[in-house]
Each structure stands twice: as C-alpha cells, then as structure tokens.
Design a protein around this ligand. Sequence first.
Ligand SMILES: [Mg+2]
Length: 330
Amino acid sequence: MSALVDGYDAAFFDLDGVIYLGPEPVPGASGVLADVGRRGTRVMYVTNNAARPAQVVIDQLRGLGFAADPGNVLTSAQVAAAMLPKELPAGAKVLVCGSANLAGLLEQAGFRIVASADDRPDAVVQGYDPDLSWRRLDEATLAIQNGARWYATNDDASRPTDRGLVPGVGGQIAVVATALGGEPVTFGKPFRPMLDEAVRRTGAAHPIFVGDRLDTDIEGANAAGMDSLLVLSGAHGKHDLVRASAEAQPTYIGRDVSALLEPPRVARLRDGRAECGGEVAAARAGRIEFAEPPAGSSRQLDALWAATRLAWLDPSLDTGPALAQLDQVP
Ligand SMILES: [Mg+2]
C-alpha cells in the first residue's frame, strides 16, 4: 500500500510542534521530510510568526537538519506583503504596529511606512513584536479611528516558549479591539490568504497541510478546502481531537510527521461501530468502548481514530473511559 503523502503533490508544514519542539527537532522528522521531497512532493514550511525574517527561519531549519531555502519558507509577514498591494494603492501610507521585519517587507512591497496617526495612514498592520510599545498601540488605535483600514498578519492568542505560554499578537489586537470594537482583516492561519499563497507559490493542485493545532492549522486547511494531517507531537492531543468541532476536524491523524510515509489511516463506520486497522470502537450505553483493549502505540492510534469518528458523529457520547485506555497516545 502506498504512503499517505503519495496522494499529494505538495505538503505544507507548520513548524512548532510539527518540525521542532522548542529548540529540538521532532525525532526523525528531518529524514521523513527528505524522503517526502524525494518522492516528488513539494515541501513548504508555513509559519504565522511575523517577527522573524524568513532567512532566520531558514537558518534555524538548516541548523536542525532540514532542507530550507527562500523558495520553501513562508511567513505571515510575507503573506501580508503579498496581499496588501491588492487592497491598497501603490505608495499608500501604512502604520506598522509590528516588527522591523514586517515594516521592511511592506516597504519593499511599495508602501510608505509612517509612525504616527498624524501622518494620516491609509492602513494599520499589526504583527507580532515582543518589543512593541504602548505608544505605538495608541497611534494604531487613533489611526483606525481616523478611518485607516485595519489588518493583522495573524491572530494567535499565545506563543509557546520553553518557560510556558506568553501572549501572542492576538493579545495586541485585543488591546485595540477593546478600545474600538471590530476586528482586523487577518492573513495568517486559520485564515485563507496564507494557504492560498502557499498554493500559489508551489503551484500545487492537491496539497495536504500538516499541523499540531486544531484551531489554527486544521481549521485553516478546512477553510482553504485542503486535506490535513493532525500530528500528536505538539499542542493538541487525543482529548482535543475527539471534541473537535466540524470546522476543525482533520482528514488524517498520526503520531508525528512519519505518518506521511505510512499507509493512510482510514476508519469505516457502520451500525454505530467504527473500525480502523482492525481496531473496533462501538457506542454502548452512552459511551464509547473498544472491542478489546488496544495494546501498542500503532494499534492505539487506530483505536483512537475509530473512537474519534464515532465521537464526531455523536458528541454526547462519553469518550473518557475509552481514551484512558490509550495510554501510549498523547
Ligand atoms: Mg504548531
């Protein structure tokens, strides 16, 4: 049986939780991605982080053993710079509430970068910037009140660090939204422009998106009409998966990116039962049960996928006891 990835001409990868975990690569991932490329599937790395220049991402990926270059790395700041010329006339004034990287890309795209609402900017663009000042938020808020159009590179609520979660650009957007109401037009995942740009740059006809978050990666893939693989190596695990809303349900699941080189995991539903790879989950007395306790990591993933498909059909089913049996699945 052929590998999952063989059904696709391009694979787009989220970074944190998929390719690396903080400073460390996901074990085996660089070999898997090299193999994906050798099989003729285009690889593109897609990141919502707008503060880091693409070259910094490329250098980091290369340092971790991945084949990265300007042709296969896409940041939300680059997407903003690619999309804004369709929204604003050349030479329009833009107040950047974000990093020097974002301002530089917008300047290259033909806009005049201004720092004050008194410069009457045509647009405000918000992006992640750990050194952002409150005064810059004042200027952005004043400019939007004066009629400037409002954009954001992405709206991630938080950012994972090795010390825990810290506020993402979503917090910065919320400051302005708290003052004014409304919301910006947003380019990054889960919004369509980012994946549309990835498709445009790769020329893909049938891509798959690989991510670790249901609410950004998988929801973004679904919004773009793209198949997706949820990997359980990052933020979201089995408890999130069984509760996923219809917009955030992945096409496939896998322990990590190595699932791309394995046969696709497919579940068959019939008469209140789901079967995947020989593992059977059934609904009985309001809860999901397995025909026999699944042993081993791969069988547990099959069992999880069977249970998940039943839980999506009937969210009132209790999945707790079944998931507790899957002790080798995150
Ligand atoms: Mg991630």
